[in-house]
Structure formats: structure tokens, C-alpha cells
Design a protein around this ligand. Structure first.
Ligand SMILES: Nc1ncnc2c1ncn2[C@@H]1O[C@H](COP(=O)(O)OP(=O)(O)O)[C@@H](O)[C@H]1O
Ligand SMILES: [Mg+2]
Length: 237
């Protein structure tokens, strides 16, 4: 599947009647890279969950290449090409690496697992290990590899670097950048590591209490330290 365009227009959402996201609008061109930043609890995860149909949408439209996702369940969104790597990683702790990966194959043959092992040789070495036996970095790789096996046209990554050692963050970010550089996938990256997110993304959206507080080019945010301090704090995690 080639990269897809993501259009979000006037979306409000939350959990049941509780509103967390208010009137969010943004557009990510096919093959582009958007970073979503914001302090803890500002609604980043809820926004991604809303794109996947995992929260309650109160208003607004979400379109992938012009197709409205409103009435589609999560599994249909995934089949349409929206890949989601949740903050919780969502791997099966008591299944092996290989069985975890198999759940991401959708209708593809098992031979496609070789793609995941090629991208993450570490997973190949641990293919018979259980999910719970993996390090945090390996679990993140597994979660990402499983989603990538579905050949997403839009990839939603929720804090993939959380809790990982810097050297593993380097490794993951270089993998994600390499993938994005192919132009075959549109990436929305939620991250707390601001520098890494700005290095990766062309555009940035900052959330504050479920609303857009700022959006613009990564280069613009990088050169505006007072804005970074005000909206993202310093040295926070
Ligand atoms: N399942 C849920 N039910 C009700 N409220 C929730 C749920 N998950 C998160 N929230 C609330 O939504 C707000 C935004 O949380 P979240 O989207 O996880 O923020 P972030 O990812 O930016 O840290 C928080 O106030 C949080 O307590
Ligand atoms: Mg979150």
C-alpha cells in the first residue's frame, strides 16, 4: 500500500461522555512526518486512539485518502492501512516472538515474517522467546515489527522511545527514519523526546489540555526556545 494522506477535521473525542480532545484539525500529506508533542496527560494517546476508533468520537471527520473512517471499527481501519503501535506496546506476554509477529500478518503468508527478521535481526535471534522474556527495547521492536508486517500506509507511533536506553532510542529512530525516507508510509509520531521528534518530523503539533496549542514547521519550533519552554517545559519526561 502506498503512503496515504490523513485528514483530521474538527475532531472532538473522549471516553464516553467525557471530553478529552476538543476541535482538533490537522492534515498530513502522503509520505509526510508529523510529530505530536505535549506534556503528560494532554491527550496525545487519546488522539491516536480516536484515529483508531478506540475512544468515543463526539464530532468531526477523520479521513484516509478521502475515505471517512467514522463508521469503521478498529479492525477495518487497520485493514484500510492505518497501523498503530500503542504506548503500552500491546504484545502478548505468553506468546513467542514469532507467534506475536504472526498476529500482524493479516492475510499475508507466513513467509512474510522474514521481512520483520530482516528489519530487526534481534527478533530473529529471539524468535522462540516469550514476549515477557524480552527487554523493553525488544518489546518495542516486536510491537513495531508486528504492525509493519501489515504494510500500513499510515503509521501511528505512541511514544516508542519511552523507557528505553539512549542507544536503543538511536537504533529505533534510525529504523523509523529509514522507513519514512522510503516515502511509502505517512508517520505520526507522539514523543516526549523533543529533540529526537524534531529531528524526525517536518511538522509539529503541540497539544495542551486536548486542544491544539501550536502547530508549524519543526525548524520554527526549534528556533523558538521560549515556546518550547512554555508549552513543553524543560527537562520534563
Ligand atoms: N480510558 C480512559 N478513561 C477516562 N479518561 C482517560 C482514559 N484514558 C486517559 N484518560 C484521561 O485523558 C486525559 C489524556 O490522557 P492521555 O491521552 O493518555 O494523555 P497523554 O498521552 O498526552 O499523556 C488524561 O486526563 C487521562 O486521565
Ligand atoms: Mg500517552
Amino acid at each position: 500500500m502506498p503512503a496515504a494522506r490523513l485528514e483530521v477535521a474538527n475532531v472532538s473525542a473522549g471516553y464516553g461522555a467525557t471530553r478529552i480532545i476538543t476541535d482538533m484539525s490537522f492534515d498530513v500529506a502522503a509520505g509526510d512526518r508529523l510529530a505530536i508533542l505535549g506534556r503528560n496527560g494532554m491527550g496525545k494517546t487519546t488522539l491516536l486512539a480516536t484515529l483508531m476508533g478506540l475512544s468515543t468520537r463526539h464530532a468531526g471527520q477523520i479521513k484516509v485518502d478521502g475515505i471517512d473512517l467514522a463508521d469503521l471499527r478498529t479492525s477495518s481501519r487497520s485493514r484500510l492501512g492505518v497501523g498503530y503501535v500503542p504506548q503500552t506496546r500491546g504484545i502478548f506476554r505468553s506468546l513467542t516472538v514469532e507467534d506475536n509477529l504472526s498476529t500482524g500478518l493479516k492475510d499475508r503468508p507466513r513467509s512474510a515474517l522474514a521481512e520483520a527478521y530482516e528489519m530487526f535481526p534481534r527478533l530473529a535471534e529471539r524468535r522462540h522467546h516469550l514476549g515477557m522474556q524480552l527487554s523493553g527495547g525488544e518489546q518495542q521492536m516486536l510491537s513495531m515489527a508486528r504492525t509493519l508486517l501489515g504494510k500500513p500506509s499510515i503509521l501511528l507511533l505512541d511514544e516508542p522511545l519511552e523507557g528505553l536506553a539512549p542507544v536503543i532510542c538511536d537504533e529505533l529512530m534510525s529504523m523509523i527514519s529509514h522507513m519514512a525516507a522510503s516515502g511509502d508510509v505517512t508517520v505520526v509520531l507522539v514523543e516526549q523526546q523533543i529533540e529526537r521528534a524534531l529531528d524526525f518530523a517536518s511538522r509539529v503539533l503541540i497539544l495542551e489540555r486536548g486542544r491544539e496549542a501550536w502547530s508549524g514547521a519543526s525548524s520554527e519550533l526549534r528556533s523558538n526556545q521560549s515556546l518550547v519552554d512554555r508549552l513543553l517545559g524543560v527537562g520534563i519526561h
